[in-house]
Design a protein around this ligand. Structure first.
Ligand code: GLC
Length: 582
């Protein structure tokens, strides 16, 4: 028996050595003590359903529309789709106000469409991650209708109420309210309810065990359908101190310090893990990672049995309408990498549905540089340690919307702030300038499929204006062009899949830290070392990585001409990105 076992062991060992010598596709060692995991190796494509593809001409994207584009998703090579909310909703906040968690929004289709979509994705080996919005519901959810109907109603404690005879509740800042006031008075029961977001998004009371059980049941309903993960919307704010202590004056300038990771949040996540995550093969990620590395680690370190990966905002928050410093960018991403090198896991992203477009914020959306800078930024996302998230349209270099009038904007946050400034006689012109650069609507314009009137998105009137530059930036054009950023993106995806040990798990080392224009780093596994050089500037710049490059082989480059190397110095064209194997 012993000889047989040891013979089998030797065969397995030899086979794995041979495979290991040939490829870097599998991770045999990782710096991270938590080891290799399927969800670390995913390449996630965030799909905003309202703006992706309309199938019935009502001007709103829908599930049948996505189904008709499944082959496109497959052609990208991505391994998972994160779908923004598709549940029944009156759409005060584009589906982030759910009125029925077990049903599909009418605009988007039916449960049959959903089942078909899930099957279509799975047939193509693409996983589906659903957005779960349970810090709050819609005020049109049956729970809230019951809750507000009387103080004695069994659903009263599903939400946060403050009876008016106690006086005005301590101030709570609301991110979306016209008055920034998170307490809304409801005369029906002479009480205020809490809403950190809009008035139509009352916060759920996580301190109530009944509510928690309802949410776990909803999660099981979707997990049983076979979905592959949950993205927990605004969940860092879910737990509250229900004695509602007063917060210091001006706290709203730094409100996450007071709202995030409060009370028994970790207790609820552990419970959710035990009751749901541990029972299914599902990826879990929450939006936001608190206020420190410690907060983020407490969410995701494996031994805590809470979530899989942190989705932290410090990186995307660097870019301001007036620009940003690459030195700060490098410092932030390097600091986060080193804090998570051994334990915990991060999400890597530069755009999502709450941000202006990646190329307009971090790259250069001037037509002369748009394609190169988009590809350069995607190279960054796809070569960092952590799970990459690509926001739909960023594979094409879609840019900010170019809206000039407030009437073109649709986002509740953007519009309510405008109303607030009207009421308080604020500077509307300055505000318009600000939202042109930073409104969330910049990232929500219809997906650009072709150069037809509505970019192939709809035959009707789109719910939000199509970007005029769809005639130049669209899938049809880029599919045909071997040098397009779309085709480059596909190569990047393949490269990441072919170099899992180094690009997913390998050690990250920052080079030439003080170079203000070039971001250079190595990623290395036991078997190989890759050098990534990214010129973030619109001028030719050079870099000395500090070691010889005689044997360096180019694995991928975003421009048709390769950089010139003299002695040990690499000269990079504007926005050039190159991945070398050393
Ligand atoms: C999250 C979502 C955002 C939404 C908000 C309220 O931040 O990403 O789109 O408006 O939560 O649900």
């Amino acid at each position: 028996m012993r000889t047989l076992a040891s013979a089998i062991f030797h065969v397995i060992f030899i086979v794995s050595m041979v495979v290991g010598c040939k490829t870097d596709k599998t991770a045999d060692t990782t710096e991270n003590s938590e080891g290799a995991q399927w969800w670390k190796e995913e390449i996630i494509y965030q799909l905003y359903p309202r703006s992706f593809q309309d199938s019935d001409g009502d001007g709103v994207g829908d599930l049948k529309g996505i189904i008709s584009r499944l082959d496109y998703l497959q052609s990208l090579g991505i391994t998972a789709v994160w779908l923004n909310p598709i549940y029944s909703s009156p759409n005060d906040d584009n589906g982030y106000d759910v009125s029925d968690y077990r049903n599909i929004m009418k605009d988007f289709g039916t449960m049959d469409d959903f089942d078909q979509l899930l099957k279509g994705l799975h047939d193509r080996n693409i996983k589906l991650i659903m957005d779960l919005v349970v810090n709050h519901s819609s005020d049109e959810h049956e729970w809230f209708k019951q809750s507000r109907s009387s103080r004695e109603n069994p659903y009263r404690n599903y939400y946060h109420w403050w009876n008016a005879e106690r006086g005005k509740p301590p101030y709570r800042y609301s991110l979306f309210d016209v008055n920034h006031d998170a307490w809304m008075y409801d005369s029906l029961t002479n009480a205020y309810y809490l809403h950190y977001f809009s008035r139509k998004q009352p916060d759920l009371n996580w301190e109530n065990p009944k509510l928690r059980e309802e949410v776990y049941d909803i999660m099981k309903f979707w997990a049983e359908k076979g979905i592959d993960g949950f993205r927990l919307d605004a969940f860092q704010f879910a737990a509250k101190d229900t004695s509602y202590p007063a917060f210091p004056e001006g706290y709203e300038k730094n409100f996450t310090k007071y709202y995030a990771m409060q009370g028994n949040l970790h207790g609820y996540l552990k419970e959710m893990n035990e009751k749901v995550f541990s029972k299914y093969k599902v990826l879990s990620v929450a939006e936001g990672a608190g206020n420190s590395f410690e907060d983020a680690h407490q969410l995701v370190d494996a031994d805590r049995k809470e979530l899989h990966m942190a989705y932290a905002f410090e990186g995307v928050d660097i870019a301001k309408p007036e620009g940003y410093s690459l030195l700060v960018f490098k410092e932030v991403f390097s600091r986060w990498d080193s804090a998570f090198a051994e334990k915990g896991w991060l999400s890597i992203f530069l755009g999502n549905h709450d941000q202006a477009r990646m190329v307009s914020r971090f790259g250069n959306d001037d037509p002369a540089y748009r394609s190169a800078s988009t590809s350069m930024l995607n190279t960054f996302i796809m070569t960092m340690r952590g799970t990459p998230y690509i926001y739909n349209g960023d594979e094409l270099g879609m840019t900010n919307a170019g809206f000039t009038s407030i009437h073109e904007f649709r986002d509740v946050q953007t519009l309510n702030e405008y109303k607030r400034l009207q009421l308080t006689k604020g500077d509307l012109a300055a505000y318009l300038k600000k939202i042109q650069a930073s409104s969330r609507d910049n990232g929500r314009t219809p997906f650009q499929w072709d150069n037809s009137k509505n970019a192939g998105f709809t035959t009707g009137t789109p719910w939000i204006k199509v970007n005029e530059n769809h005639v130049d930036i669209n899938v049809a054009l880029q599919e045909k062009d071997p040098n397009s950023c779309l085709n480059y993106f596909k190569k990047l995806v393949q490269l990441r899949k072919d170099h899992i040990a180094s690009l997913v798990y390998g050690k990250y080392t920052l080079l030439d830290k003080n170079n203000p224009d070039i971001y250079a780093y190595t990623r290395e596994s036991d078997r190989e070392k890759l050098l990534i050089v990214l010129n973030f500037s619109k001028e030719t710049k050079s870099l000395n990585p500090g070691f010889g490059l005689q044997k360096a082989q180019i694995l991928l480059s975003n421009l048709s001409t390769n950089p010139v190397i003299t002695n040990e110095t690499i000269q990079l064209a504007p926005y050039q990105a190159v991945i070398y194997k050393l």
